[in-house]
Design a protein around this ligand. Structure first.
Ligand code: GLU
Length: 410
């Protein structure tokens, strides 16, 4: 199955239980718009770099479309389509007044200078500025994009449409960004984990964690779980993994990554461990926090975690999901578990539209409330209908998006 089929597989599983009918199924599966753009820039060496950029807008029945923009060599139309629909379901699970979208440029940003990255970002916005906007589609950070990239997007879009901070979220706090946005996905993952553990009579403080990925999401998840007393026994990034059964020195790793352009290479903490081995380490909570499709038919049988919390988008293939269901390993699904990021993006957008700023306590308090309330709803449906947390989350999301679609009519 390709990535888009994976998402639609989960969607259909819930849609069939709900019996929404083929007509609505079709409406909710196809994106409303897909854009593919050539992004050509002059490289520092004088040559021309030609890249492909995508923006897929999946659904806008519940509000402007919302979703990140990633820079990665593996970005392709199929993956962006899948990630765009995940955003529709994600914003609906936590009940934000948004639809879903996603974008990406197929590029290895590690091979570009800061100047080239800026040119790439601005050129992409030149191509898509007419189809995004504060009431149309609002990009945000994702894999390998950060507040600086968001600042360039805001600036470039504003050249065409006038001053528009609300066109993009995840901006620097000094440029209309929201306090608490950078750590928001990790904070949401922590709350999601806490809520799940409560249902099995456990706490973060008496659990061990393996975290795959040490980008914005993995780093803050590790930091916040560590702060809550959890023992992080292994982490990894694109360059390798680090493992210490007695617990890694997370604050030291965070400092190291910050000084080392995000990489843990050479951090010297724990034993080095291959990514594939890391995913199958014995632990209480496994947190995939990097790319999609890492838990597959090939390794699902070897996973020794007691629960999987999906901080990444689409880390579990449907085949692996079935294995986990059979083996009784619960999966806290991406469309709920990593919704903290887009939730605080929503707070940022609201602040921008109102020309008003919230303090960090308010941001974190509101985020916590939304994550806990949403968990309660998803968990209740999972229990009542005897379905997995993923199917329950899709049932909540499809219910909301389906109702809005029917009410609006064609
Ligand atoms: N890229 C993040 C996600 O996948 C955040 C999206 C947003 O803030 O709009 O949820």
């Amino acid at each position: 199955m390709n990535a888009a089929e994976d998402t639609n597989h989960y969607f259909l599983k819930a849609a069939r239980i709900m019996d929404i009918g083929q007509r609505i199924e079709r409406l909710l599966m196809e994106p409303v718009r897909e854009v593919k753009a050539q992004v050509a820039i002059e490289l520092d060496n004088g040559e021309v770099g030609v890249f492909l950029g995508y923006r897929v807008q999946h659904d806008n029945s519940r509000g402007p479309m919302k979703g990140g923009l990633r820079f990665h060599p593996e970005v392709n139309p199929d993956e962006v389509k899948s990630l765009a629909s995940l955003m529709t379901w994600k914003t609906a699970v936590v009940n934000l007044p948004y639809g879903g979208a996603k974008g990406g440029i197929s590029v290895d940003p590690r091979k570009l200078s800061e100047k080239e990255l800026q040119a790439l970002t601005r050129k992409f916005i030149d191509s898509i500025h007419d189809v995004i906007g504060p009431q149309i589609d609002i990009p945000a950070p994702d894999v390998n994009t950060n507040p600086q990239v968001m600042a360039w997007i805001m600036d470039q879009y504003s050249k065409y449409h006038g001053f528009s901070p609300a066109v993009v979220t995840g901006k620097p706090v000094d440029l209309f960004g929201s306090k608490g946005r950078e750590a928001a996905t990790g904070r949401g993952v922590r709350v999601a984990t806490e809520e799940f553990l409560k249902t099995v009579g456990r706490k973060i403080a008496d659990s061990t964690f393996v975290i795959q990925g040490f980008g914005n999401v993995g780093l803050h998840t590790a930091r916040l779980v560590h702060e809550a007393g959890g023992k992080v026994i292994a982490v990894s990034d694109v360059d390798g993994g680090y493992w210490n059964a007695r617990g890694l020195d997370v604050p030291k790793l965070v400092e190291y990554a910050k000084k080392n352009r995000g990489s843990l290479k050479g951090c010297g903490d724990g034993e080095t461990i291959a990514n594939e081995k890391l995913l199958t380490l014995e632990c209480d909570v496994l947190v995939p926090a990097a790319l999609g499709g890492v838990l597959t038919k090939a390794n699902a049988g070897d996973v020794r975690a007691k629960v999987i919390v999906e901080a990444a988008n689409g880390p579990t293939t449907p085949e692996a999901d079935e294995v986990f269901e059979k083996r009784g390993i619960p999966v806290v699904p991406d469309i709920y578990a990593n919704a903290g990021g887009v939730t605080v993006s929503y707070f940022e957008w609201v602040q921008n539209l109102q020309n008003f700023t919230w303090d960090e306590e308010k941001v974190n308090g509101e985020l916590d409330r939304i994550m806990r309330d949403s968990f309660a709803r998803v968990h209740r449906i999972a229990t009542e209908r005897k379905v997995s947390l993923r199917t329950a989350a899709f049932i909540v999301a499809i219910g909301r998006v389906g109702k809005a679609t029917v009410l609006r009519g064609l």
